[in-house]
Design a protein around this ligand. Structure first.
Ligand SMILES: [Zn+2]
Length: 230
């Protein structure tokens, strides 16, 4: 009897990970480049130096290759911890989608469900009804039911109740504000939406809840990711 990988729903989970070997390998390939990648990088650098009349010593090249590999491998080990999380893999799959405005609408609706599962005390002094009403306005805006001037008015009013005090220090309050922010506000975060949300509320939601809601909203995207070849 084995447990099925929640991401591809095809292969058995490869313990200690929460996903199968195939899904594990796919994500790892994003994070850890093969040795050839670093070798090619160094070869390019060697030629650039040569064009300037300088010789890049072979021991420097070897050291740079080893360093590149080591730092990626170490970073990957930190991500995996005592077993790669299925929520992490699903987030990779969803964040890998081109973030168009139509797709962002889906992200905002999913975020609404995630926020609803958080402890309401995290949003004090805003109460549950105020957060709910603000989130509804954000969805209304992204669904095209309210105009931008109304969006700004709603955000200002909510900001008076629950200010986004430390915009660079993300927490549960930040992600509520993110629901109504426009693309211009996010820069690179626009491409890594759920990764940033996940980082903003570490340990606030069990991975099972993340998986449940990502599957509810993005089962098509996750299935497509799981069946695509690397
Ligand atoms: Zn799998």
């Amino acid at each position: 009897m084995y447990v099925l990988c929640p991401v591809c729903e095809t292969n058995p989970v490869a313990l200690p990970h929460k996903v199968c070997q195939t899904c594990y390998g796919k994500v790892k390939a994003y994070y850890v480049q093969p040795r050839e990648h670093f070798e090619q990088q160094q070869e390019k650098m060697r030629l650039q130096w040569l064009a300037k009349g300088e010789i890049l010593p072979p021991e420097t090249i070897a050291r740079n290759i080893a360093f590149g590999l080591k730092s990626e491998t170490e970073r990957w080990a930190r991500i995996v911890g005592d077993g790669l999380s299925a929520a992490f893999v699903m987030i990779e799959a969803v964040d890998g989608q081109p973030p168009t405005h139509a797709f962002h609408r889906r992200r905002v609706v999913c975020l609404h469900d995630l926020i609803n599962r958080l402890d309401p005390a995290l949003f004090a002094p805003a109460n549950k009804a105020q957060v709910a009403s603000f989130m509804q306005s954000a969805i209304d805006f992204w669904e095209g039911r309210i105009a931008d001037n109304e969006r700004r008015r709603v955000h200002q009013a909510f900001n008076n109740i629950m200010p986004n005090e430390k915009p660079s220090d993300w927490d549960a309050k930040s992600i509520v504000h993110w629901m109504i922010h426009l693309e211009d506000h996010f820069s690179w975060m626009w491409q890594q939406w759920f990764e940033c949300v996940y980082d903003a509320i570490p340990n606030e939601l069990p991975d099972a809840v993340w998986c449940e809601l990502l599957m509810k909203h993005f089962a098509d995207v996750i299935a497509e990711w799981a069946t695509a070849s690397v």
